[in-house]
Ligand binder design. Structure first.
Ligand code: SAH
Ligand code: SF4
Ligand code: F3S
Length: 506
C-alpha cells in the first residue's frame, strides 16, 4: 500500500507555525508523506487561528472548498486543529459538517491517534481541553502535559523546515486576559517549560545546523520555572540559551510591558548573541483605552520602559502591535496612539482593526462602537505615520555596517529564477544573485552576493533604505555557513521527560 499523504495549511502566529512543524514531525515518523495540494491528500489539516474574525473566516472559506472533494472521496480525513477548534468546539461541525476531527492546541500530541480513530470508527472525533470525561481528565491531565512536553522535545526533522532558524516554545498559554483577546481561552493558562528542556532543544537544533533560535511565549518576560527548588527567570533562561554552542543568535517574542525585569536588558547588553530586538506591543497610546483593555500599564510606564531599553542597549530595535478602533476609542484616544508611535520611534509596527471575539470580557461588556470605515481609516493613518517613522529609523543606518544572517535569495531574485526556469534559461546565466538576510534588530537587508553566502553571518555596508528594507553591499564574511553534521548517534537525542513515552504519541 502506498504511504498515506497529508496536506497541512497553517494560519496565525509563530506558535502555530511551530505546532505545525511538530505535528508534521509526528505524521512523518508514522510513515506519512506531505503533499502540496489538498487534492492529492488522504488527510487534510488546517492549523487555525481565532485571534480576529477574519482569521476564522479564511479557514471557513477553505473548508467550504473541500465540500465537493469530500463528497467524491468520503474516505479523505478533514481535520481542524489549533485555536479555532478550541474556541468554536463542536460549532465547527455545524458550520462545516464534512469536518472529521477537531484537535485543540493543547492536545496535538494525540493527533496521530485521533486520525486512526476517525479511520477505524468512521465517525467525528474531538480532542479539546475538557473534552475528556471529568474523571479521566483529572487522571490524565498531568500525563497529558508530559506528553505535550515530549512532543516539543521530539523535534523530528521535517522536509522544507529551515535548518538555519528555529522556534522554541518557552511558555504555553497566557494568564493576562486582556479584555479583547481570545488567546487565554484557546491556549489555556500560562505555564513555563523547564529551562533544561529548552536548552536541550536548542542543543539538538544546533547539532542540526541551526544558528538562530527564537524563543516563543505570549508574554516571554514573565517566564518563571523551578529547578531543584530554585526559580529560573527569563533573564537566566536567556543566558543559558546564549551559552549553547553553535547557536549564534537568540531572539524572543512577545514581551509584555508590565512586570519588566531590567536584568533582561542587562543580558541583552552583555551577551553578544542575544539579538538587540524587542517586540513589545503597546496596543494603544491612550490610558483610558489601555485600562479598558486591561493592559495593566500606562502610557507613561511604557515610554519609561522604552527609554530604559535605549539606555541599556542604545541601538535596540523596537517593534510593537496596535489595535485601532477598540470599544470607545475617540479621535483624541487615537491621536494619543499616533503620538506614542512618533515618540517611541519603532522599527516596525503591526496594526490590527479591533475584532470582537465571543466570550471575551470586551465582547460581553463593551460596545464595538467604532464604525468599520473609521477603523479602516485609523489603520491606514497609523501605518502612514509608521512609514515615516520606520523610514527615518532605517535611513539613520545608511553608511553603517550591520551584521546579517544570510537567509536566502530575495523575493525578486526568486521570482526571476522562477521565470528563468519557466523559460528554460541556463541557471549559470542568472541575471540576479540578490540575497536577503536579517540584522540582529530584525531589519530585512537585501544585497548582491554569491549563493555560498546563504547560511553565513556577514557584514553588510548599508547604502540605502526604504521604510521596510535596508539595501547594501557585502563588506566582510563573519563566519561561513555551516553544513550540518550527520545526525547524532542514537542514544544521544532521546530526551528525558518524566512519566511520558519518548515518542510523545499516545
Ligand atoms: N501575546 C501577545 C500577542 C498575541 S495576539 C501580546 O500580548 O502582545 C497578537 C496581536 O493581535 C496582539 O498584540 C493584538 O495587537 C492583536 N489582537 C489580539 N486580539 C485582537 C482582537 N480581538 N482584535 C484585533 N486585534 C487583536
Ligand atoms: Fe492576549 Fe493579552 Fe495574553 Fe497577549 S498578553 S496573548 S494580548 S491576553
Ligand atoms: Fe496564535 Fe491565533 Fe492562536 S495568534 S495563539 S494562532 S488565536
Amino acid at each position: 500500500m502506498p504511504e498515506p499523504t497529508y496536506y497541512l495549511e497553517t494560519f496565525g502566529c509563530q506558535m502555530n507555525v511551530l505546532d505545525s512543524q511538530l505535528v508534521e514531525g509526528q505524521l512523518v515518523q508514522r510513515g506519512m508523506r506531505r503533499v502540496d495540494s489538498f487534492r492529492d491528500a488522504d488527510i487534510i489539516l488546517f492549523n487555525t487561528c481565532s485571534v480576529r474574525q477574519h482569521a476564522e473566516d479564511k479557514v471557513l472559506s477553505r473548508l467550504g472548498q473541500l465540500k465537493t472533494l469530500k463528497r467524491r472521496r468520503p474516505e479523505t480525513i478533514v481535520g481542524v486543529i489549533g485555536c479555532m477548534a478550541e474556541r468554536e468546539r463542536e460549532g465547527v461541525f455545524i458550520k462545516a459538517p464534512h469536518v472529521d476531527l477537531l484537535c485543540g492546541p493543547g492536545e496535538l500530541n494525540r493527533l496521530p491517534a485521533l486520525i486512526d480513530e476517525v479511520r477505524d470508527r468512521q465517525e467525528q472525533v474531538v480532542a479539546l481541553a475538557g473534552s475528556l470525561s471529568r474523571r479521566t481528565e483529572v487522571l490524565q491531565r498531568a500525563l497529558e502535559y508530559d506528553s505535550l512536553e515530549a512532543l516539543d522535545l521530539s523535534r523530528a526533522p521535517v522536509a522544507g523546515e529551515s535548518e538555519l532558524q528555529s522556534y522554541i516554545r518557552v511558555q504555553r498559554g497566557c494568564d493576562k486576559f486582556c479584555t479583547y483577546c481570545v488567546v487565554p481561552f484557546t491556549r489555556g493558562p500560562e505555564r513555563s517549560r523547564p529551562a533544561e528542556h529548552i536548552v536541550q532543544e536548542a542543543r539538538l537544533l544546533a547539532q542540526r545546523g541551526c544558528r538562530e533560535v527564537t524563543l516563543l511565549g505570549q508574554t516571554v518576560n514573565s517566564y518563571l520555572s523551578q529547578e531543584d527548588g530554585r526559580p529560573v527567570c527569563f533573564a537566566q533562561l536567556l543566558e543559558r540559551v546564549h551559552a549553547v554552542d553553535g547557536i549564534d543568535r537568540v531572539r524572543f517574542v512577545t514581551s509584555f510591558p508590565a512586570d519588566w525585569d531590567d536584568d533582561i536588558f542587562r543580558v541583552m547588553r552583555d551577551c553578544p548573541k542575544i539579538c538587540t530586538y524587542l517586540h513589545i506591543p503597546a496596543q494603544s497610546g491612550s490610558d483610558r483605552i489601555l485600562k479598558a483593555m486591561r493592559r495593566t500599564y500606562s502610557t507613561a510606564d511604557y515610554l519609561r520602559l522604552m527609554d530604559t531599553a535605549r539606555r541599556f542597549v542604545p541601538d535596540v530595535s523596537l517593534a510593537g502591535d496596535f489595535i485601532v478602533g477598540f470599544c470607545g476609542e475617540t479621535d483624541a484616544d487615537f491621536a494619543a496612539t499616533i503620538d506614542l508611535v512618533r515618540r517611541v520611534r519603532y522599527q516596525n509596527v503591526f496594526v490590527f482593526k479591533y475584532s470582537p471575539r465571543p466570550g471575551t470580557a470586551a465582547d460581553r461588556n463593551l460596545d464595538d462602537d467604532v464604525p468599520a470605515d473609521v477603523k479602516l481609516q485609523r489603520n491606514h493613518e497609523l501605518l502612514a505615520v509608521q512609514h515615516e517613522v520606520g523610514l527615518a529609523q532605517k535611513q539613520s543606518l545608511v553608511g553603517q555596517t550591520v551584521e546579517v544572517l544570510v537567509e536566502g535569495y530575495s523575493k525578486l531574485a526568486r521570482r526571476l529564477q522562477e521565470s528563468e526556469q519557466d523559460r528554460g534559461t541556463e541557471v549559470t546565466q542568472r541575471p540576479s544573485r540578490q540575497l536577503v538576510g536579517r540584522t540582529p534588530g530584525d531589519q530585512i537587508t537585501v544585497f548582491n552576493g554569491d549563493e555560498s553566502l546563504i547560511g553565513a553571518l556577514a557584514r553588510v555596508r548599508i547604502t540605502s533604505a526604504s521604510a521596510l528594507t535596508l539595501f547594501g553591499e557585502v563588506h566582510a564574511l563573519v563566519s561561513p555557513r555551516r553544513t550540518p553534521p550527520p545526525p547524532p548517534p542514537a542514544g544521544l537525542t532521546p530526551l528525558r521527560v518524566l512519566g511520558a513515552e519518548p515518542s510523545g504519541a499516545r
